[in-house]
Design a protein around this ligand. Sequence first.
Ligand code: T1G
Length: 690
Amino acid sequence: MRRDGNVAIITIDNPPVNALKHAVRKGIQDNVIAARDDASVEAIVLTGAGRTFVAGADITEFGKPPQSPSLIDVIATLDDVKKPTIAAVHGTPLGGGLELTMGCHFRVAAAGTRLGLPEIKLGLIPGAGGTQRLPRLIGIEKAMPMILSGEPIPAKQALADGLIDEIIEGDLVSGALAFARKVLAEKRALTRVKDRDDKLKDIRANPAKFDAIVADNSKKTRGLHAPAAAIEAIKMTLDTPIDEAQKKERDAFMKLLVGDQSKAQRHIFFAEREANKVPGVGKDTAPREIKRAGVIGAGTMGGGIAMNFVNVGIPVTIIETSDEALKKGMATIEKNYQMSVQRGSLKPEDLTKRMALFTPSTDLGALKDADIVIEAVFENMPVKKELFGKLDKIAKPGAVLATNTSYLDVDEIAQSTTRVKDVVGMHFFSPANVMKLLEIVRGKDTAPDVLQTAMTVGRTIKKVPVVVGVCFGFVGNRMLSARSIEGEKLLLEGALPQDVDGALTEFGFPMGPFAMGDLAGLDVGWRSRKERGVRNEIADTLAEAGRYGQKTGKGFYLYEGRAAKPDPEVEKLIVDASVRMGVKRRAVSKEEIIERLIYPMVNEGARILEEGIALRPGDIDVIWLYGYGFPAWRGGPMHWADTVGLKKIRDRLRELAKETGDKRHEPAALLNKLADEGGTFAGFAAAKAA
Ligand code: T1G
């Protein structure tokens, strides 16, 4: 704390994000009391040093014995200060940080500040008054979407909504001091947020409006506990005195805190940040400068990849083999942007600006100035090697050469150039302009600064980059094929597509494997299997019958528009296949379907860790969350396996291996070891990190 005349300035300084650990809470409490009781202090400014005001409670303290004062105590102390208190915020005041500001009479923010209550993303609800105070400041209609989405709002909107009182241009603390003196000079009323109800009057008179707001805001909450708890808490603003309501809010918060869902989502929070830490690629490894990108291929993947760069203002040279293919590719890109304009998520003038950043060409030579080139051509090794050979002669020295291959050997592709150090895999997921995951495939010769560049580019284009090693299918697709093989076997043994998909969507996936196959197109997998000389009896029989999925109106399902309906023809085809394959059909339970689909994935995940293809179990979890829709509230396959128990999974796999003779089910050595020791993947990760 320091003084500026009659104003006390309390500065929180706990890098990197001023998290509210115990010492910080105590420090605020002690200084607020000191300033409160000092008659020469006429106003108090609370602010934060470093890159942001308080970004929330200290998540690393969760689950540990509570230490006093709690955040609620600190806010209650602020509530009772009878002189103006002003929170001066910048960066990302989030969660408990925003709740702290709502203990003050006024809030001012630096331009560019983003304010929010993201607790829902951690499977929690605001636990220090946020569900009661935010509606009092901005009304329930504005507060509900903020709390249920967890998304922050910009300062301009916060000012318009009444969350903050002023935006400070220039130095924040000087602006806050000027604001404090204005309040003193104008003898402004010191209304505590907890006493505000002007924004609640209307809805208290028409409580039915509450349900309408809930209906508007509670989509995509299937299986989640926190959204319902948040709605219940916000509802108390209609009729429950705030002190009582805050107690109930806290109880609901504590109940979620000890629940599996929040533990899983907190695991993912830290796993995502751990994934940025790659051995041999330190903070001192500078990325190469990327001012212009090149993309080879303007098909579904190439077009989506190129859009990512243009969306963040990086110009792209996009190459196709013919004018016709180029025109088709560019038309698809423009159509995608027009859909965004129609949805209102893109301004028409921005569409024009983005399209202007593309340089379409059929001349590979046009890539000579690109700082990074990403190849997204047909998934065929000879084609890729020939292309990288040509690229090697065209690309400028220091250009990063990346392949978007989904399965193939990045080292072998690199060998077709004279600059193996500059070659890396950048595996995007379809639709590439939407899916957040980016598997960065580290070749045996890939230079550390090339890896750093690929990761930095990944974050710049708003992806979640995860570094993996070279093997067939890398991490995600390798585990996916373990699941797909089981899916096919379950159909032969007695399940139907809707049974398997139903079990996985109930488990929390947005879509099951067979509906996903129909969306991606059954012909894609069929052609690639034919090339590799392998066969999926049922999927290939469907494709041979011209049933490619949604694009032909029938696949595993019959499609009326986008609605999938079970098709008796498919059931007959599956039963015939069982007879043909000599498999006696039987009833298959949901529990068995989940075990058969996910246990082999976990087993493959353990092998992937043994081989060092993935650095950490958490990396695998992040890959499955952002690439394959694994439910966040289950924390990813490896975290989920720990909640089930590795011994249970190992023992079931052993049984399966015995029953089926399928070697793939033989438990991985790491799984065996952890199961025998009563260990967990989390424990394995901690031991490795130590
Ligand atoms: N607690 C502990 N550590 C945190 C943290 C937090 N709240 N936030 C960030 N870190 C660490 C992070 O692990 C990383 O560590 C480093 O800070 C930089 O973070 C009662 C109970 C603020 C937008 O959910 O969203 O308040 O890896 O890499 O990209 O109602 O961090 O370097 O060792 O993410 O610039 C609510 C969480 C908590 C916000 C900055 N708050 N944080 O992003 O940096 S619940 C949140 C973020 C709560 C109350 C409840 C982001 C950020 P390391 P970073 P960034």
